[in-house]
Design a protein around this ligand. Structure first.
Ligand code: SF4
Ligand code: SF4
Length: 450
């Protein structure tokens, strides 16, 4: 076997990408979405294979393991469909994105605005106990929140929103997401804005607590479904009392279920968001099962986090450990997400959010990162000057420590990187040290999928 293989080469398949960390490596299979962690020596071997070295030379250069071990290892990879032996040196065209960042620069192709959040109001018809502008508690996913701190005279008006949306559509924006507070409080503005998108190929998304769509007002639901609006609805529990006391409005649970039923009956598409805080943390398994039975397009469990770790009395204290990444289990990877993360920030790249007062951020939760104010600089000017550049391009390659991690294109840890002074710092919620290849799980139970 050995003599037959002396002149052979081994290459990873086009969809298998080796990412090297400071010590270890990871092979990303962009077809299956799997990420394989590999030890330091195997990383050296695979790297040499990918550089086009023949196996004979690799045997000479890697002395710490035997030729047989190397061959067995590569044979296992071949049998797993990750790579192949070749009898001669071969060029493998890797699966790649359409254009690299450098090619786009050379061809003067500007970055693309894909996603815009329009925060139509800071008011809400509910009063969730955890949603207070002075609180340290925030949601980790894009959702509704009353941020506070504005006065009537600083708010954008309907004409401002129309101008903003027109500009976004001219810039080719593909997803328009209405958020609040409760955006349905601005119903007439929503109708005007949605009508503006009629001739465009863009997706409308609406985050709402749902109450203003209650049963008797089916016209609104009909209008939204007719325009293919995707709904994000918030629910706090499978238990009506826990839900109602959380949103501080009796009867809300029943109304919300009525709205979900209407959406189901009319073919509306929706996803459910479950913010987890102190009072609903104990019945979480039951709630998740209940949500699954409703059969939404998606379920997001959002353990509310404190901007000052563990200091917020409303935080879900028994579940905070789940915010920590303690092992390499990442959401399934696709070719698109892998390349997007090489180009820039996993969430912000291509996205802008406009607040009720016209502040422009890379995302609605990143309130510290004001790019401009739309009253001083319109969207075309912001786009022309690429004011968003430093946030959009902020991939893990620019984050200290993470830039030496083999998981940097699989990882989407982003729990505490909204503060300006932490943007290029590794998340405090990750326990991995790429320099030692170790996860520090001390005191932190394994992350469990809820
Ligand atoms: S529904 Fe959303 S915006 Fe309204 S109070 Fe609750 S968390 Fe805040
Ligand atoms: S947060 Fe950084 S160090 Fe931790 S897994 Fe992600 S990329 Fe690696």
């Amino acid at each position: 076997m050995k003599s037959n293989l002396m002149a052979k080469y081994f290459r990873l398949n086009p969809e298998s990408h080796l990412v090297k960390g400071a010590l270890r490596g990871a092979v990303h299979n962009l077809h299956s979405g799997d990420v394989y962690s590999i030890d330091p020596v195997s990383t050296r071997v695979l790297d040499a294979c990918e550089q086009g070295m023949c196996l004979n030379d690799i045997f000479q250069s890697v002395e710490s393991i035997s030729e047989e071990t190397i061959i067995n290892y590569l044979t296992t990879l071949e049998q797993s469909g990750i790579g192949q032996f070749y009898s001669q040196s071969i060029y493998i065209e890797k699966l790649k994105p359409g254009l690299t960042k450098m090619q786009r620069r050379l061809m003067r192709i500007p970055p693309t605005l894909n996603y815009i959040y329009l925060e139509l109001t800071n008011q809400c018809n509910l009063d969730c106990v955890f949603c207070q502008s002075q609180s340290n508690l925030v949601k980790g996913t894009t959702s509704c929140w009353r941020w506070g701190g504005m006065t009537e005279d600083t708010l954008l008006n309907r004409d401002n929103w129309i101008d903003i949306l027109k500009a976004a559509l001219q810039l080719g924006c593909k997803i328009v997401h209405f958020i609040g507070g409760e955006p349905l409080l601005e119903w007439e503005t929503i109708v005007e804005l949605i009508n503006l998108t009629k001739t465009e190929t863009c997706q409308i998304v609406l985050t709402t607590n749902g109450i203003l769509l209650e049963l008797e007002d089916t016209n609104k639901i009909d209008f939204l479904i007719e325009h293919d609006v995707f709904f994000y609805l918030q629910i706090l529990s499978a238990n009506s009392q826990i839900h109602d006391s959380g949103v501080r409005a009796n009867g809300s649970f029943e109304k919300l279920l009525g709205v979900i039923g209407q959406l189901e009956n009319r073919g509306g598409r929706y996803s459910l968001t479950l913010p987890v805080y102190r009072n609903n943390q104990y019945d979480i398994d039951k709630t998740v099962q209940f949500l699954k039975n409703l059969d939404p397009q998606g379920i997001t469990i959002d353990i509310l986090r404190s901007t000052k770790p563990r200091s917020e009395e409303l935080a879900a204290d028994t579940l905070l450990h789940k915010l920590f990444r303690t092992n390499p289990s990442f959401p399934p990877l696709t070719a698109a997400t892998f390349f997007q993360r090489q180009q820039g920030h996993p969430f912000w790249n291509g996205s802008l959010a406009i607040s009720v007062t016209g502040d422009v951020f890379p995302c609605p939760s990143a309130r510290d990162l004001v790019i401009a104010n739309i009253k001083q600089k319109n969207l075309h000017e912001i786009y022309r000057d690429e004011d968003f550049g430093k946030y959009w391009s902020l991939g893990k390659d620019l984050v200290a420590v993470c830039n030496q991690c083999e998981y940097r294109y699989a990882c989407v840890d982003n729990y505490d990187t909204f503060a300006k002074n932490k943007l290029k710092t590794k998340s405090e919620y990750c326990t991995y040290n790429p320099l030692t290849g170790r996860w520090n799980n001390e005191g932190k139970p394994e992350t469990a999928k809820i």
